[in-house]
Each structure stands twice: as structure tokens, then as C-alpha cells.
Design a protein around this ligand. Structure first.
Ligand SMILES: Cc1cc2nc3c(=O)[nH]c(=O)nc-3n(C[C@H](O)[C@H](O)[C@H](O)COP(=O)(O)O)c2cc1C
Length: 224
């Protein structure tokens, strides 16, 4: 189910005006509450609020019809940023299974005070647009798997499946500044590379979530 969502998901920037169905809202909110407890993040779902993507005289970016979004709030720092990616992507893929579309947005949105609450020390890392897409987006170009991992010798099937899922993941400006490293004893490490755009820690959390789904959590351990 989630693997199908990984294959079907693409960033969608144009949405129709249909409000999100009540059952889907409930499913998303229930999962969000669980996740915030588990992660210590403060992710919030904002519904029927058009200003975040359409402030003042002009509309931001290529977005249209965005009225629902997740505010990706939580503590500062690398660890929290990776969690924002990991838990946010879990919501993105859940949304996809509910017939919704999404787009992670780091730049082209405006914070609307009063639509979300921050705890002491929280920052808004980014938002995720959510709704029924006017289209389903397009597949980003796929690069060869070998560029994104290091392993001595042949890789097992579970690792390959994890890599394939990771390469389908969204990353800021499709930068894909990550590598997975296969160590002995089915342990997997990761690396990120510098990007002038930033967001590499959020991207890492996103691709790690995809890798877990593709590889199967039971087949390996993260090397921390
Ligand atoms: C952390 C993050 C920030 C992003 N910020 C923006 C943004 O500000 N504007 C935008 O149009 N897309 C943004 N994106 C979407 C990426 O451009 C998109 O995921 C990438 O091009 C791959 O395409 P896909 O999601 O369709 O696979 C962002 C993605 C991530 C993961």
C-alpha cells in the first residue's frame, strides 16, 4: 500500500477547490497526533486557509488553489530537521493513499500568524501543501542507483529495493544530495552533501523513510 503510494506520488502544485473529505481529515489528524507524541515535533494541519499560498497582490510560485497544508513546526537543529523529513513524508504517503496530493514547500509560502501555534523553541521548518490535485504531477527524472550508494561487492535485494524507493522520494529542488552506505551485518549508514539551497537534513529524513518502506525495516539496522 505505502509502496504503491511511493510510486504514485509526485509533487502537485495546482489544486481543485474541493474540501478534504471528513473521513480523510480524521485519519490524518489521528496519525498526526500519534506522530507528534512519538517525535516531539509540533506538526499541524491547517484546513481551508488560502492566504499561505496567496498573499497580498501576487500569488507565490507556481502554486494555485492551495487551501490546506501541514505546518512543519518543531525544535531547531539537525536532529529535528531529519525528523521533520521522516514524519512529514509519512504524512505525505498516508495522504496519497487517501486520494490526496501534496507538495513539500520550503520557500514559496507565507506564514499566517494565528493559523498555527508554536511552543517555546519551535520554528516553522517548511509547509506541505495538501488537497485534491488538478493533476497528479509528473515523475522526476530517475538517475542510476549506483550514484547513490557505497557497498563492497554485490548488494542484497532488500538494499536495492530500499534504494529504488529512496530515489523516488521528493527532495528540495530535486537535489538528491544523499548517499546510503551498506556496512557488514546488514547495517546501513547515510551521508549528505552540501547544497547552497539547504534542506539536506529534511531531505535525508524523507529518503530514509522511503528506504525503510522499500527495504523492509526487519531486514536492516540504521547505523547511527
Ligand atoms: C524540503 C523540500 C522543500 C521544497 N520546496 C519547494 C518549494 O519551495 N517550491 C516548490 O515548488 N517545490 C518545492 N519542493 C518540491 C521539489 O521541487 C520536488 O520534490 C522535486 O522537484 C522532486 O519532484 P517530485 O516531488 O515530483 O518527485 C520541495 C521539496 C522538499 C523535499
Amino acid at each position: 500500500m505505502i509502496m504503491e503510494a511511493i510510486k504514485a506520488r509526485h509533487s502537485v502544485r495546482k489544486y481543485v477547490e474541493k474540501p478534504i473529505e471528513a473521513g480523510a481529515v480524521e485519519t490524518l489528524r489521528t496519525e498526526l497526533e500519534k506522530q507528534n507524541v512519538e517525535s516531539g515535533l509540533n506538526i499541524q494541519l491547517v484546513l481551508e486557509e488560502p492566504r499561505c499560498f496567496s498573499a497580498g497582490m501576487w500569488k507565490y510560485g507556481q502554486f494555485s488553489g492551495v487551501r490546506n497544508y501541514f505546518v512543519m513546526a518543531g525544535p531547531k537543529g539537525k536532529v529535528a530537521e531529519e525528523k521533520i523529513g521522516y514524519y512529514g513524508e509519512a504524512m505525505v504517503l498516508l495522504a496519497q493513499t487517501l486520494g490526496l496530493n501534496t507538495c513539500w514547500v520550503g520557500l514559496t509560502y507565507k506564514k499566517i500568524p494565528g493559523t498555527y501555534q508554536l511552543r517555546e523553541g519551535d520554528v516553522v521548518h517548511c509547509v506541505i501543501a495538501l488537497g485534491y490535485g488538478a493533476n497528479s504531477g509528473v515523475q522526476h527524472p530517475l538517475k542510476p542507483l549506483e550514484k547513490f550508494y557505497e557497498a563492497s561487492g554485490a548488494i542484497p535485494d532488500w538494499f536495492k529495493a530500499g534504494m529504488e524507493a529512496a530515489l523516488l522520494a521528493p527532495t528540495a529542488v530535486n537535489q538528491q544530495k544523499f548517499k546510503f552506505i551498506l556496512h557488514s551485518g546488514n547495517r546501513v549508514g547515510t551521508k549528505t552533501f552540501f547544497s547552497p539551497w539547504g534542506y539536506t537534513n529534511i531531505d535525508l529524513g524523507i529518503v530514509k523513510y522511503h528506504f525503510e518502506v522499500g527495504a523492509g525495516k526487519e531486514n536492516f539496522e540504521w547505523l547511527v
